[in-house]
Design a protein around this ligand. Structure first.
Ligand code: PLP
Length: 381
């Protein structure tokens, strides 16, 4: 199929490289070295330091939220955000099966169980309509929240994930969740720099969580950030993720079982330098997305673009092949030619540990699972 080879040649040309082209590689072109050396010189590499405070302030500003809490990674951030939203052992949490495993794992860590609801074809994220249909069939409103009529368990939260940085239909989802009195925790791990109707993703739910893992749009090796509009909840998040220690000049007093999920100052230094370049990274990726869109459309292939009322960060760009046979052929040819491409994740209920969880029909998730392929999306030099 000549358009496959054309695509591979085009990607190679865009990255001006004959070497292996990864899906996403970090770029350290700013103050990274300076800030990291600064932490070494000051000896403040660990749990206390000015870069942690700075990273939190900058992230609250970028995400248009009141309070940001730096954590050791996005997964731990999600776990704590769920707890802050009120999720307890024995609860159920609505989410999508089309996601990275961390979403489901974080739910599991709280002692709750995921309920997998279908995604929308246009956003690839949690479908408000499918959530509503589920709640109409299974939901029962009680004084302290919504319960699942079939299992008797409380449905304690809803976790949409903004797949590859494309925002879900937030307004509709907020409407459904408000009606059923279910708090939203946004898994915004992939969507730093993505907006829905001018507002940053992660700022819509009760809490939102970003990731700074090595493959994300900005990275500090490992790290994450919990954000919220609720100042008090944010303070509690800081407390919980820093061993729940009560401030005291020298005594060790802890008022609950907390977590050591804080972000070291060393990593915070790195993320501060990365965040200074976020706008540049976003512009660079947008330029690539425009070039990809023009090319793939010219080949009669489908390149995923942001929806009209949204701004995507184009974290991982993707194309949609005709069927799984075409997809497999494209994956094989591109990877053999040292252009890294990857199918979308296996749906969560295909994994042994989540096989037993409830799921709805998953028509759209399975459609996308067979067709979506990620293509090289790094910021270009
Ligand atoms: C990256 C990612 C996470 C977790 O982030 P880590 O920082 O790697 O723990 C969670 N959810 C999704 C959808 C992700 O892509």
């Amino acid at each position: 199929m000549s358009y496959f080879q054309n695509s591979i040649d085009f990607i190679r040309e865009k990255f001006a490289s004959n070497e292996f082209i990864p899906l996403h590689a970090p770029v350290f072109s700013g103050n990274e070295k300076k800030y990291v050396l600064d932490t070494l010189d000051s000896t403040f590499v660990s749990s206390v330091g000015a870069y942690v405070d700075q990273a939190e302030q900058v992230m609250a500003q970028i995400s248009q939220t009141q309070k940001a809490v730096a954590v050791v990674n996005g997964t731990s951030g999600l776990q704590i955000a769920l707890q802050l939203a009120g999720v307890q052992r024995g609860d159920e949490v609505i989410t999508q099966a089309l996601t990275f495993v961390a979403t489901a794992n974080a739910i599991h860590y709280t002692g709750a169980e995921p309920i997998f609801i279908d995604v929308d074809l246009d956003t690839m994220g949690l479908s408000p309509k499918a959530v509503e249909e589920f709640l109409q069939e299974f939901g029962e409103k009680r004084e302290n929240g919504t319960y699942n009529k079939k299992t008797g368990k409380r449905i304690a939260a809803c976790v949409p994930m903004h797949t590859f940085g494309f925002p879900v239909h937030l307004e509709a989802l907020l409407r459904v969740c408000e009606e059923w009195n279910i708090p939203i925790v946004e898994d915004a791990a992939e969507s730093l720099g993505s907006y829905y109707k001018g507002k940053h993703t992660g700022s819509f739910g009760k809490l939102g969580v970003f990731s700074f893992n090595g493959n994300k749009i900005v990275t500090c090796g490992g790290g994450g950030m919990i954000v919220t509009q609720d100042e008090e909840l944010g303070q509690l998040g800081k407390h919980l993720t820093t061993t729940a220690k009560v401030p005291h000049p020298y005594e060790y007093v802890h008022d609950q079982v907390g977590y050591n999920f804080r972000m070291p100052n060393l990593n915070a230094a790195l993320i501060c330098a990365q965040l200074e370049q976020l706008e540049m990274f976003l512009a660079n990726k947008r330029a690539l997305a425009i070039e990809y869109a023009t090319f793939f459309e010219g080949q009669g292939m489908k390149f995923r673009k942001e929806l009209e009322h949204t701004k995507a960060n184009y974290w991982l760009m993707c194309i949609e092949l005709e069927n799984s046979k075409e997809r497999n052929a494209f994956l094989k040819l591109s990877n053999e030619n040292k252009v890294m491409t990857r199918p979308i994740w296996q749906l969560m209920y295909r994994l042994s540990m989540y096989q037993h969880c409830y799921r709805d029909a998953q028509k759209n998730a399975e459609y996308l699972e067979e067709r979506i392929v990620n293509i090289p999306s790094s910021v270009r030099g």
